[in-house]
Design a protein around this ligand. Sequence first.
Ligand code: NAD
Length: 365
Amino acid sequence: MDKLKVAFIGLGLIGGSIAMTIRKKFPDAEIIALNRSAATLDSALKDGVINAGTHEIDDNFKECDYIFLSAPVDTNISFLEKLKPYLTEHTILTDAGSVKGKIHHAVKECLPEAKFIGGHPMAGSEKSGYANANDHLIENAYYILTPSSSVKEPDIYKYMDFVEKLDAIPLVLSAEEHDYVTAAVSHMPHIVAYSLVQTVMETDSPEEYMKMIAAGGFKDITRIASSDATMWEQICLENPDNIRILIAEFMQRMEQFDDFIRNADGDKLHKSFDEIKNYRNSIHDGRKGALQKIYDLHCDIKDEAGAIATIATILSTQGISIKNIGIVHNRAYEQGALHIEFYDEHAKAQASATLTRHGYTVFPN
Ligand code: NAD
């Protein structure tokens, strides 16, 4: 196989992470990147992630196997016309955007002859930018591919094979299926989380008792309401029809529960909760999906000065980084007085083994 050549437009969290993974898996690949910030390009050159950086579409984009559009969706669209002269018979043009309809429409208008296969790695972080990118972000994550209708099967298989070599899990959907499915499991849940927090914010007492005891379980189920407001504004405006269909579906279920409660219908409540619980427990947990996973555990500690510092020291001597640590004051849903969050599965497993060895009782979630 000839040396792989890949170009990126936008080298932030997602573009940077994909580039780092390609560098790890294909050390000889030629990787080039266009980015607005020169500092990012300098870092990526220094890290050995890219071979060349540029601020405009130029001859660096010749003869690429893959071109990744990994800037915000409207920025990606603004570059399509300029890419035209650089697309060859063997160039697969792809993107990383969270909504697919708009980019597919733009490519059809402007580059109908392009081999465009949309892409959406189901991985992310609340942080953005190249500085937060890493070479394992997409590992074990679903990577949705949305081929445009003109793309032939061998090219789809070629891209699927590439995704597998990057240790992600390819899943081919149409752009329409992608936007409906992600509206259900990512976009609408964000709106529900924002609404739950808003309900507490606007109905709390002057003493803010709700906010006080919202620690723990409530904070966990509304974690995604801390997501970036600009990104979610854009997603809602790019996928409005699907999101509105699913909001309506959700509201029907809220009305149904309201009916059951108003009629004091314990049987129906119980039957619904039981069915939903079983379905929820059947959801595969070993892979990264549409919402970012949390890697955390709870641990029992004695109520004495220095107890948290001791645990932090034990973990840091093993080289385990802590993302978040705190006492759980509201223990209605959790076992263990201390809640610790890690950056990945490996750190969580290591911490659990280390703390158990030191005599702590650990409750992995
Ligand atoms: P980011 O902000 O980390 O990176 C965007 C990059 O694009 C930055 O390096 C920025 O400098 C560059 N850029 C922006 N405007 C530019 C311009 N006009 N010219 C050149 N470069 C420009 O964002 P991200 O989180 O990596 O998101 C990138 C894409 O991936 C988006 O389309 C987003 O929808 C999608 N996505 C994000 C996530 C997530 O959780 N963050 C997950 C999956 C997909």
